[in-house]
Design a binder for this molecule. Structure first.
Ligand code: C5P
Length: 239
């Protein structure tokens, strides 16, 4: 049976590839992440297909614009039916508050549960050099905590962060904060291009609420067996 703490990343660009993954994983996976690559290529029909399959959707489009534009974007994505939506914390407090309000209002108008809004703090692709190049003043990890706390104060539901940051964010933002972590490698998998990885169990122990896993499942010889092994690793950590 599925464990909804596991979100499988659909990092593909065609509906055929989506169908192949989702139909082959069947009821072993209940939650999928759709990012820019797939959404820009196939748009809302991806979401409709996942809904027909009774799947929950993490729409990872990392919104970042003026508050009014982001608010309208969030309303549209709420109508579309996403459960989780990402936006850049660096869009600032006014933008985040406008997004929260838009999600609440559209959820109420539609009579549906509003999506959870997650902040991107500092992209993990930044290193010290590129961080300084854009004028970053605080050390990256301090900035991550600062933006996570700001996101919480603005009414955002949580953050996406590296599993290795989960513990400090959990400590800084408390038990109710929703923490989603990519960069997970189960004990049986290769690390691909991920450098700083955690296992499913260690990420959950450190406070992750949801795990995003892509290639260890989608490129496994037997994806369903990969899911089974991952859920086995997760089950040792209680919800
Ligand atoms: O295939 P893999 O498990 O590495 O995929 C992880 C997913 O999480 C991808 O969709 C990737 O873009 C995303 N991600 C990540 N690291 C981050 C942020 C997002 O791997 N820091």
């Amino acid at each position: 049976m599925a464990d909804d703490r596991l979100i499988v990343a659909l990092d593909v660009s065609t509906m055929d590839a989506v169908k192949e993954i989702v139909l082959s994983l069947g009821d072993s996976v209940s939650f999928y992440k759709v990012g820019m690559e797939l959404f820009y290529a196939e748009g809302a029909k991806t979401i409709r297909f996942l809904q027909e399959q009774n799947k929950q959707i993490f729409l990872d489009l990392k919104l970042h614009d003026i508050p009014n534009t982001v608010a309208h974007g969030v309303s549209s994505l709420t109508r579309l039916g996403a459960s989780l939506i990402t936006l850049h914390g660096q869009g600032g407090p006014v933008m985040m508050k406008a997004a929260v309000e838009a999600a609440r209002e559209s959820g109420e108008t539609l009579g549906v549960e509003r999506p959870k809004l997650l902040a991107i703090t500092a992209l993990t692709s930044f290193d010290d050099e590129s961080w300084t190049a854009i004028g970053g003043q605080l050390p990256i990890s301090d900035q991550v905590i600062r933006l996570a706390k700001l996101a919480k104060d603005c009414g955002m539901d949580g953050v996406v962060c590296s599993a290795l940051e989960a513990k400090m964010i959990r400590e800084a933002c408390g038990d109710d904060f929703f923490i989603v972590t990519p960069g997970i490698r189960p004990s049986f998998a290769t690390t691909d291009d991920q450098k700083r990885v955690a296992t499913p169990a260690s990420a959950l122990q450190d406070g992750a609420s949801r795990l995003v896993i892509g290639r260890p499942i989608t490129q496994a010889e037997n994806p369903r067996e990969a899911v089974r092994l991952i859920i086995e690793e997760m089950e040792n950590v209680s919800k």
